[in-house]
Design a protein around this ligand. Structure first.
Ligand SMILES: Nc1ncnc2c1ncn2[C@@H]1O[C@H](COP(=O)(O)OP(=O)(O)OP(=O)(O)O)[C@@H](O)[C@H]1O
Length: 540
């Protein structure tokens, strides 16, 4: 029912029109049955009234369906866009904590489940309208018949609702397990090489990880679908009992004329189709309400962690000149659980940067270099302390503007195959120059802002990421172990030509690196150790 509420919330007017036309179609269907029945019973019926009724049934039904189809697909579209926007505006740390499997499961599984249900709702509405119309016709034929019908419908609703609640409970459990299953699917796609190369690992993965997760989902779904099958068949049995009573019991209790009796039977037989459809839809409705709850909880949690950054801020303030960037008492904590040793506390750290500096950020594995990169670039919001630019603290109000100062290539960078958001007039010429400079012009071309391929070696993909960074032309560059995948020749070019060139263009260049033989190129070396600043050494 939540799903129907979702439609009403989207546009109650359209829903009202669709319901009205649907009911009109249903009512005319019932009237059609009545006409057929009275004609069969010997009454004279004008052919045009029969044709007119059939036409109204058809046209009103089509209008109702078309309206609901547009509305329901619009709701799914809005949901996908809203959810994606919320993900984009949630804080990075919160998204990291939620984890990719959970986000993917909702974006695919839940939205799909909802989409499948919303798709059939238009047809369900017509079926429902037919049931209502036929019920009214039965009441008109004989009120005892209607009363009987209502009692059975009530009993069916009560028992089906109880079973539906149970089935939804098991669907919810299955859906929770689905997140775990998605994690295993990710392991298959991303760890395929490791799984292929080691048979024991593959066997262990299949038997200890994948099968238990898939098995639990299967078991919960079997229970819930069984309950729903009982509900659906139970509902239909009640329906047959109603027909049996009308056929065999009621005529013995009260005098029922043959036309009335044939009216019952004709109507109830006609009703079988719509009732079966409604019953068959129960699993979808159940699954959809679970999916909707999951989407809503994710949506709410994303909204609660939203950075509330306004896009208009960027448009209003394109000034990117700065003189002094400071981190003052900045801290960040990864809290891994109950135990203190599972936590990693970064900072408090004080640092300052000027335009035109080439700074190496160094330290052992896990010392906090990438964490510092995320803090400096404004992706992590400091738990304590603040970042100031020219004395102005970075807050939610100007964080979006602040982030536009940086061009960053993270260690786990993502390469878009389209040069998104870049649209200067000399783009094509610049691209050709940079591709040559990065020595990949023989591998990749760019046409209308689309890269001809991204199926390249890791080192080449990194060069393409560098191409994007060049094109962005931001005042501060940050490279997280960019050169680690480069061959010695290009590594040399990167440290001795490309970095000094950027510096000479007035860019501030922050380089996370383990290549100590090139550190002499820098103006400063900042060393981290266990999340603390070990030293900040000026070289010149
Ligand atoms: N997403 C995360 N969730 C929880 N803990 C994290 C997360 N990312 C990093 N950490 C913890 O923070 C510490 C610092 O990690 P960070 O990635 O900043 O180190 P690093 O200096 O960049 O290491 P490396 O040289 O290996 O890339 C690590 O000990 C790690 O356990």
């Amino acid at each position: 029912m939540n799903v129907i509420y979702l439609l009403i919330r989207s546009s109650w007017r359209l829903v009202a029109i669709a319901v009205f036309t649907g009911l009109l179609s249903g009512a005319c269907s019932a009237r059609l049955i009545a006409t057929i029945n009275s004609t069969v019973s010997g009454d004279r019926t004008q052919i045009w009234s029969f044709a007119a009724l059939a036409l109204v049934v058809l046209v009103a039904g089509i209008i109702s369906q078309l309206l609901l189809i547009r509305l329901s697909q619009g709701v799914i579209f809005d949901l996908q866009i809203r959810l994606s926007r919320r993900i984009l505006s949630a804080s990075l740390r919160h998204l990291e904590q939620l984890g990719a499997p959970r986000l993917l499961a909702t974006l695919t599984e839940d939205v799909q489940a909802l989409s499948n249900t919303v798709f059939v709702i238009p047809f369900l509405c017509i079926d429902f309208a037919i049931v209502v119309g036929c019920a009214i016709y039965l009441g008109w034929l004989d009120w005892v018949a209607l009363l009987l019908m209502l009692i059975f419908i009530f009993a069916a609703i009560v028992s089906v609702k109880f079973l539906l609640k149970k089935a939804t409970y098991f669907f919810t459990l299955a859906r929770e397990e689905q997140d775990r299953l998605f994690k295993q699917f990710r392991a298959i796609t991303e760890g395929i090489k490791e799984l292929k190369l080691n048979q024991q690992r593959r066997q262990a993965f299949l038997t200890n990880e994948l099968q238990p997760a898939a098995g639990t989902v299967r078991d919960y779904k079997v229970v819930s679908l069984t309950i729903l099958s009982v509900a659906s068949n139970g509902g239909q049995i009640l329906f047959f009992i109603a027909i049996g009573l009308l056929l065999f019991v009621i005529p013995r209790l009260t005098a029922v004329s043959n036309p009335v009796l044939s009216g019952y039977i004709l109507t109830l037989t006609y009703l079988m189709g719509p009732v079966k459809n409604i019953m068959d839809m129960l699993p979808n409705l159940s699954r959809a309400s679970v999916a909707l709850r999951k989407i809503e909880t994710l949506g709410l949690s994303l909204a609660a962690e939203s950075e509330s950054i306004s896009e208009s801020i960027v448009q209003n303030d394109l000034n990117q000149s700065w003189q002094h960037l400071e981190l003052v008492g900045v801290t960040h904590a990864y809290r891994g659980g109950e135990k203190e040793e599972h936590n990693f506390i970064f900072g408090p750290i004080d640092l300052a940067f000027q335009p035109g500096e080439l700074v190496f950020l160094v330290g052992g594995n896990g010392s906090g270099k990438s964490t510092l990169a995320k803090l400096i670039t404004g992706l992590y919001i400091p738990e304590e302390g603040e970042i100031r630019i020219d004395g102005k603290p970075i807050t939610n109000h100007n964080r979006e503007w602040y982030r536009q100062l940086f061009s960053v290539i993270f260690y786990d960078f993502y390469l878009f195959d389209t040069l998104l958001g870049l649209s200067n007039t000399e783009l094509e010429i610049q691209v050709i120059d940079y591709l040559k400079k990065l020595q990949i012009d023989h591998k990749v071309q760019v046409k209308d802002g689309v890269l001809s391929t991204t199926a390249l070696s890791q080192g080449q993909r990194k060069r393409l990421a560098l191409l994007t960074a060049y094109l962005e032309d931001r005042p501060i560059y940050l490279f997280d172990e960019w050169a680690s995948d480069q061959d010695p020749v290009f590594k040399e070019i990167f440290y001795t030509q490309l970095l000094p060139e950027l510096k000479n263009r007035g860019k501030t260049v922050l380089v996370i690196s383990h290549d100590d033989r090139y550190f002499y190129q820098g103006d400063r070396i900042i060393k981290l150790d266990y999340g603390k600043l070990q030293y900040d050494k000026h070289l010149h």
